[in-house]
Design a protein around this ligand. Structure first.
Ligand code: GUE
Length: 284
């Protein structure tokens, strides 16, 4: 058996088609949704991600606001940029591209973002809303994972899900989303302190590999027919590699590969969050 591929690019394109309609409807009411990006320094990977976010805005007829700042910018100067975006009515949602250079207080910067303009869904207020079940922006990568599973009709309710990785951008919030009443999955959140990772993975109907450790999840660990989503990203001399080994594809029922799986979905959810903020502004 070889896994059905959960095609993140095709699914992103389908989501873009839906979003384009919503952008047109907003335009008829005089609103063009705008996404802002704040990029500090000149890491080539970060530049590539930011570029793809702006290209996506252009494709959807959205505005985008780009702030590229020098690597040695001071905390105060960066906070001023944040305050400007918070006050800019053309900017409905924005994100601060991570990681920030070490001399900056990342936590203080992220907290300064207006939670109601948080396109990433990673502001402490929005993470708190997620815990409490209150409306707010949801974290893009976990939302992308759930959207991808739903589009391919992979059952989530009642499923045993093994999430490998407890990071703030993927693992932790994914556990919270999947255990909501609307998802109803049973989640095991694994991490470097997990005693028998192979046994935990083997029980799972859905495995999300988000540890950032190349090849951590092997074919023998997977229950035949399980859905596997690879969210790992490690840069090596031979290009980028995920958290799963190639044999996983021969055992799994569904596979979201890296690249081409969850990554493109993350950007789709970022734009979806921004359009949603713009729509909320009209109904409020
Ligand atoms: N504030 C903030 N928000 C983020 O959402 C954020 C961030 N900072 N910092 C960095 C990570 C990383 N990230 C990715 C998004 C898309 C792909 C993606 O589309 N990847 C493609 C190809 C990747 C490649 O070829 O390099 C794929 O998986 O097919 C990957 C990674 C968002 N991040």
């Amino acid at each position: 058996m070889t896994a059905t591929i959960l095609d993140g690019k095709a699914t992103r394109d389908a989501i873009f088609d839906d979003l384009r309609k919503r952008v047109t409807e907003l335009a008829e009411r005089g609103v063009t949704p705008g996404l802002g990006t704040v990029l500090v320094g000149d890491d080539p990977g970060s530049h590539a991600y930011v570029r793809s976010k702006h290209n996506a805005c252009k494709k959807l007829g959205m505005n985008s606001i780009r702030r590229d700042l020098p690597a040695d910018i001071s905390q105060a100067a960066l906070e001023e940029v944040i305050d400007e975006l918070n006050a800019d009515p053309a900017c409905h949602g924005y994100l601060v591209q991570l990681p920030l250079p070490g001399h900056l207080d990342e936590g203080a910067i992220l907290e300064r973002v207006d939670p109601d303009k948080d396109a990433d869904g990673l502001h402490p207020v929005n993470l708190g809303r997620l815990v409490l079940g209150k409306p707010g922006s949801l974290p893009c990568t976990p939302l992308g994972i759930i959207t991808l599973l739903r589009r391919y009709d992979v059952p989530i309710a009642g499923a045993r899900v093994c999430v490998v990785g407890r990071g703030v951008t993927v693992g932790r919030p994914l556990g919270l989303l999947l255990t909501r009443r609307s998802e109803n999955a049973t989640v095991t959140l694994c991490h470097t302190g997990t005693k028998d990772l192979a046994a935990e993975v083997k029980r799972a109907d859905i495995v999300v590999a988000a540890a950032g450790r190349a090849g951590l999840i092997t074919g023998e660990m997977i229950k035949p027919g399980a859905a596997v989503l690879d969210v790992g990203l490690t840069r090596t001399e031979n290009g980028i590699v995920g958290d799963t080994t190639p044999e996983v594809r021969e055992v799994a029922g569904h596979l979201a590969p890296m690249p081409g799986g969850v990554g493109p979905m993350t950007i789709a959810m970022l734009l979806s969050n921004t359009v949603e903020i713009a729509e909320r502004g009209l109904s409020a």
